[in-house]
Design a protein around this ligand. Structure first.
Ligand code: DGT
Ligand code: CA
Ligand code: CA
Ligand code: ZN
Length: 598
């Protein structure tokens, strides 16, 4: 939580800020023991807000009735309006007077939950993750009813995970949180261009802070001071002539740098990073008697110290565009997604950088859910939405019966669904709908569907949703056994991770990828920005081993289909070209892959 500067009158809240605040309120109410019905109402509203294409702020300003939004009732609408107008919710202040806000961090720890958080607070006064850790150390937690040694170990592990994640924002969150600010900077008089650099430009899965570069001639102080007075800024961390730094309400830090046009390319190259990439580029420059910094590429004069070369130096070879910077060093321009010092500098020198896959090359989506399991839209609506995206084919992959809480398909229901698919195929032309199921890999590695059903499916997608804390060799054997079933086509979200929420399960991913190569099984890169599973280095390894990668959204509504672009980012970070991605193939090519085993 960051304090809002009381001198700013109007305060801008992004939808994500509102959603987070409501989630906090729901979490605290749940600790307090409010009715599940109430809490559900808040969570439904959060889901709606996360999917809005407009800002709540503009809706309230226009005097629109928020209760017309699905899942938003009267009291939630009242809270949202209060929050947008005043920056606070009275109800939240009331509840947090009883149960401190820091408790929400406890609730989100795996192995704690609302009931245990309440108990820890009521009986031990524990109200933060740090205090919980201290109480675990002294052993007082272990003596509370309902918390044995085993549960203490579990909590300790999730505290470790929590520590790894705090402070980094997911890429889609960062994008949303700075959209308004970026427009605002672009509208500054005299600013010719404003672009994102840093990890966000490299499309890393999580972002520490956002770096923005503004092209501007003259004294940058006015650009910086306008930047820090943006209404979404909660706290100013610094404001000078060329750089400003601020925290938004969400806690996201944004750094702005004001750059003159002649060195804009050099600055973009420098501030895009990564640091490791830049070090490697600079080392190459030095070997060529050159120096590269945020002002340009310079020839180092004979008998001079390289350190003396700066922005005023006359022997400047490049700097206005990024491509020119690389060119001056004898390198091809390197796509930002590759700038992690994993061989891209050498490849750029040799001219062997891959031609990275692009969104418009995708011809199908091979994981999505409909109302047959936990999706929000009918099979036909999903098919229509995919057709509108220009896809040639899709697989509808509702869950199998082990996922009983989301109405996973029994063999009987699967057959009924196929009948509906046949009807939808009649009605929706121009797109092939493959019969599929996201089949659970059971505890022992067997598949959650009888062989006759597996044999009749067009596309067999398998994945794990239970017993995720097995030891490494048991888990690896389980997955290898499942993949060896002769009908399997795609191993979905292979490591089970959820970014900032759940670590990948223990598994020998190298063995799994090697088996995929041997067995002719494709691996999924799940495009949902909460998963991005596989991660970039695994994707790279899959390519090396010749394992086809499928980029699927795992959409649970038509809107979720738009997550494909995050999967593309991740695929590019893993050096994939179109040929490495199975769902860039045409329908006939994809069909012949499905027939690969004869
Ligand atoms: P983040 O913010 O942790 O997600 O990661 P980045 O890569 O955005 O890192 P950040 O914001 O600290 O700096 C942005 C870029 O600026 C970074 O990727 C490379 C460049 N940079 C910053 N500080 C240094 C430095 O001390 N040396 C070098 N070579 N580059 C730097
Ligand atoms: Ca950054
Ligand atoms: Ca930064
Ligand atoms: Zn799944």
């Amino acid at each position: 939580m960051h304090e809002v500067d009381p001198t700013t009158s109007a305060t801008l809240m992004e939808n994500l800020d509102v959603a987070r605040t409501l989630t906090t309120l729901a979490d605290l109410l749940e600790i307090q023991g409010a009715s599940p019905f109430r809490i559900r109402a808040y969570r439904n509203a959060v889901a709606t807000i996360n999917n809005l294409t407009r800002t709540l702020e503009s809706m309230v300003e226009a005097g629109e009735d928020l209760t017309e939004l699905p899942g938003v009732g009267k009291s939630v609408a009242k809270h949202v309006t209060e929050l947008l107008k005043t920056g606070r919710i009275t109800r939240l202040e009331e509840v947090s007077a009883e149960y401190p806000i820091a408790l929400v961090e406890l609730v989100r720890l795996d192995g704690v939950g609302p009931k245990k958080a309440k108990k820890l607070f009521d009986e031990l006064g524990v109200k933060s993750v740090d205090e919980l850790e201290a109480a675990l150390d002294t052993g007082t937690v272990q003596q509370l009813g309902g918390f044995g040694a085993k549960s203490a170990d579990k909590i300790r592990n999730s505290i470790d995970d929590h520590r790894k994640h705090t402070g980094r924002f997911q890429v889609h969150e960062a994008e949303k949180l700075i959209a308004g600010l970026l427009e605002y900077v672009r509208a500054t008089p005299g600013v010719a261009e404003a672009v994102v650099a840093g990890s966000l430009r490299r499309r890393k899965e999580t972002i520490g802070d956002v770096d923005i570069l503004a092209r501007f001639e003259g004294n940058g102080a006015e650009v910086v001071s306008r930047f820090v007075s943006y209404s979404g800024v909660a706290r100013v961390l610094g404001a000078g002539e060329t750089k400003g730094s601020a925290l938004l309400h969400s806690g996201l830090q944004v750094d702005l740098r004001v750059i003159p046009g002649r060195s804009f390319g050099a600055a973009l190259q420098y501030f895009t990073g990564s640091k490791e990439h830049n070090v490697s580029v600079r080392t190459r420059a030095v070997r060529q008697g050159l120096r590269v910094n945020e002002w340009g590429v310079f020839r180092v004069p004979e008998n001079s110290e390289a350190d003396e070369i700066g922005k005023e130096d006359g022997q400047r070879l490049a700097g206005d565009t990024e491509a020119e910077v690389y060119e001056a060093l004898g390198m091809a321009w390197v796509p930002p997604e590759l700038r992690e010092n994993r061989g891209e500098v050498e490849a750029a020198i040799e001219g062997t950088l891959p031609e990275l896959v692009t969104l418009d090359q995708i011809r199908g989506d091979l994981q999505m859910h409909s109302t047959w399991s936990d999706g929000a839209a009918s099979l036909e609506e999903m098919a229509q939405a995919c057709k509108a995206l220009g896809y040639e084919y899709i697989a509808v992959t509702d869950h199998s019966q082990a996922m009983a809480m989301v109405q996973g398909l029994t063999p009987e229901r699967a057959r009924k669904q196929w009948a509906e698919i046949d009807e939808v195929r009649e009605r929706v032309d121009g797109i092939e709908i493959f019969k599929s199921v996201e089949i659970d890999i059971l505890k022992d590695g067997s598949l959650d569907m009888p062989d006759d059903v597996l044999g009749e499916l067009d596309v067999v997608v398998i994945s794990i949703h239970s017993f995720m804390d097995m030891d490494r060799s048991t888990m690896t054997d389980r997955v290898l056994k499942a993949m060896a079933h002769p009908t399997v086509d795609i191993l979905a979200h292979p490591t089970g991770r959820r970014i900032n929420r759940r670590e990948p399960f223990e598994m020998d991913i190298e063995a799994v990828l090697e088996a995929a190569a041997d067995l002719g099984v494709a691996v999924e890169l799940n495009a949902n920005p909460n998963r991005l599973d596989l991660k970039d280095t695994h994707v790279y390894r899959a390519k090396e081993l010749g394992v086809p990668v499928v980029i699927s959204t795992d959409a649970h509504s038509p809107r979720g289909l738009a997550d494909m672009r995050f999967g593309i980012d991740q695929a590019r970070r893993g050096w994939l070209s179109a040929k490495d991605v199975l769902n860039t193939r045409t329908l006939p090519e994809f069909r012949s892959w499905l027939d690969r085993r004869g």
